[in-house]
Structure formats: structure tokens, C-alpha cells
Write a protein of this length. Structure first.
Length: 353
């Protein structure tokens, strides 16, 4: 449905009402500046990258860990890639960590100062339209239209947007843009995020506490929880494979580096077979990293990625102390300190039972 065809809004949402609510109820987050203080572009950028596809609760400990190790963008740029990946391990979506490091190096090469415009930020590695808009608004107070999942939920309810996601995205942006105030665009962006996260929640929204209850079309119709409209999801495909947990006599564990491109690119892993639509034991064993007496462990590792589910059968073996690591592999005496993604931590946990 074109915007021009939409019915007139009976009462325009007042950005001032939202900002007044925000001034009273703003969330205290480690990357946010206190009222009256300027935002730190480095903290804003770091938090926005970490918050992609990840909850505030999950990001908090990682943000503190990164800030403690890398207090500024130059320190992050100078760090070895392995150190960055190790600190990121467990947060998921590991391409973000590689892009984060690449972006830090680019900013450091520019003198350690982030561009202060949305257009300039878009030139940096790993910064897309949303992240550029968020940093520009929050860190530099540029009048940018910031639309994340929280904002999408607020706007689709406020205007009862019937279009299904993701087709509704340009409509949501067009409806949000005129609401952004010129004097406090950064606070407005964070207010919208807080409103969606604490009041206009996916289920059981606290409409009676919302500063925009009166102009909300979905609230007036009593159908607020049905927005945003979403197309029916297809069934998530399944993949299957094997993981090979190899130890030496001294307890060292064989690890391998994944290819730089693709899922979990560049991460450390327990060696394994290809992940396929069907598990076939013999072809999987033929991909074992070493010749050994493999025994299948009881149970399996199950993990859900954004676009498929994975089930791994785990095989274990112990080899002689003198056994050499195959190409692209190494023996680790401190597997717990390695930058293993969550699915590989599950493999280690199963093998140690």
C-alpha cells in the first residue's frame, strides 16, 4: 500500500512527549553518555556492532571485556586478530568481529577519529545503513533516521502498517523520518529503542505506560500485538555432520582453523566433516583429520544458526604423543582459552562428559 493511500493519522505522535518520557525512564547502558555529556563515538560504534542480532543482556559483559582490553580504537586496531576473535568467542555472528577489527584499522589509519556524518561512516568496513545512521545520530547528533527492530515494532503499531515485513521497511522509514527532531536526534533514536525494548514489547506491551498511547492506531483497534505483520516462516532446514575430538597422551586437543570466508569464517574449531542434509557415517569418517581408533560418543551436539539447524555426531580418539598435527591444525594444551564458537564449545563439553 502506498503511503499516499494511507488514511490520515487522527493525531500526530509528538516527539516531545517521547523525549520527556525518555528523560525520566532512559535505560542506563554502559555505552551511553550520561545526560548532558557527549557520546563517545568509539563506545557507540562498538556497542552498535555488538548489538547486531544480539540482546543487550548478552552484549554487556563482552562490551566491558573489549573496553577493558581495548580502551580506544587505536588499541583495538593494533591488537592481533587472534586476540580479537578470542575475546569475541561466544557472541556469535563472527563476521562482525572481523569487520570490527578491519574498521578499527581503517579509523586508526585516519588518525583515530571516526567520520562524523552518516555518509562518511558508510565508507568504513562493516558499517551498513542502520549502523551509520545510529552512530551519526547518537555520537554526532546528526539528523539521521535510525530504524532497528524496536523502531519497526513501534512504528507499525503506531500507524497500523498492514504491509508484511520486510516489504514494510521503506514505509516504516518514511513514517519515522518526519518524527526525528532536529535538536535531539540522538536522544530520539535511543528513546525509540528504549520504548520498543521496555514498553512496546513483542508480547504484552505496556500500552498504559506509553507516551504515544493516544495516537496509536493499533492500540485503538485493540490489535497491537499483531504488529508488525510477518509472512509465514518456512521450515528451517537441517544439516548433519561429525566432529572429531582428538587428544594426545598429554591431554592436548587437536584444533583447526576454518576458512576465512563463510560461516564461522576464520574461527577455531574441532575438526569435522562437511555439514550435509543427511548424515552418512562412513563418508563422514573418511574426513577425519587423522587415522585413529574412533569411537562414537553417546549423544549429539545440536545447535541452531540463523538459517539452519545443525546436529553433530562426536567421535573421539587418543593418539600417540609424537603425532604431528595435519595441515592447518595444531595441538592446544589450553582449549578453554581458545576462540571457539558456541557450537564447538558444545562439542568439547560433550567429549568431556
Amino acid at each position: 500500500m502506498a503511503l499516499a493511500a494511507r488514511k490520515a493519522q487522527p493525531k500526530r505522535p509528538d516527539p516531545g512527549a517521547l523525549l520527556a518520557w525518555y528523560d525520566r525512564h532512559r535505560r542506563r547502558l554502559p555505552w551511553r553518555a550520561e545526560p548532558g555529556q557527549s557520546s563517545d563515538p568509539y563506545r557507540v560504534w562498538l556497542s552498535e556492532i555488538m548489538l547486531q542480532q544480539t540482546t543487550v543482556a548478552a552484549v554487556g559483559p563482552y562490551f566491558h571485556k573489549f573496553l577493558g582490553r581495548f580502551p580506544n580504537v587505536t588499541a583495538l586496531a593494533d591488537a592481533p586478530s587472534d586476540t580479537v576473535m578470542r575475546l569475541w568467542a561466544g557472541l556469535g555472528y563472527y563476521a562482525r568481529a572481523r569487520n570490527l577489527h578491519a574498521c578499527a584499522k581503517e579509523v586508526a589509519a585516519r588518525g583515530g577519529t571516526f567520520p562524523d556524518t552518516e555518509a562518511g561512516l558508510l565508507e568504513l568496513p562493516g558499517i551498513g545503513p542502520y549502523t551509520a545512521a545510529a552512530i551519526a545520530a547518537i555520537a554526532f547528533n546528526e539528523k539521521s533516521t535510525v530504524v532497528d527492530g524496536n523502531v519497526e515494532r513501534v512504528i507499525t503499531r503506531l500507524y497500523a502498517v498492514e504491509e508484511e515485513m520486510p516489504r514494510a521497511k521503506p514505509i516504516i522509514r518514511a513514517l519515522t523520518e518526519p518524527l526525528v527532531p532536529s535538536d535531539r536526534p540522538g536522544d530520539f533514536a535511543q528513546a525509540m529503542m528504549d520504548l520498543g525494548a521496555t514498553i512496546c514489547t513483542p508480547k504484552s506491551p505496556a500500552c498504559s505506560l506509553c507516551p504515544w498511547t493516544d495516537p496509536c492506531e493499533a492500540r485503538a483497534l485493540g490489535i497491537q500485538e499483531s504488529f508488525p505483520r510477518k509472512a509465514a516462516k518456512g521450515e528451517r532446514p537441517a544439516r548433519f555432520g561429525a566432529a572429531f575430538f582428538v587428544t594426545r597422551k598429554d591431554g592436548a586437543v587437536l584444533l583447526r582453523r576454518r576458512a576465512e570466508k563463510g560461516l564461522l569464517g576464520g574461527m577455531t574449531e574441532i575438526p569435522g566433516s562437511d555439514w550435509l542434509p543427511k548424515f552418512d557415517k562412513q563418508p563422514a569418517l573418511e574426513q577425519a583429520p587423522l587415522k585413529a581408533e574412533w569411537r562414537k560418543l553417546t549423544g549429539s551436539v545440536n545447535h541452531v544458526f540463523s538459517h539452519f539447524s545443525l546436529e553433530l555426531q562426536v567421535f573421539a580418539a587418543e593418539v600417540a604423543q609424537k603425532t604431528r598435527a595435519p595441515e592447518n591444525c595444531w595441538w592446544s594444551q589450553e582449549v578453554d582459552a581458545e576462540a571457539l564458537p558456541s557450537v564447538m564449545r558444545k562439542v568439547v563439553d560433550l567429549a568431556r562428559r
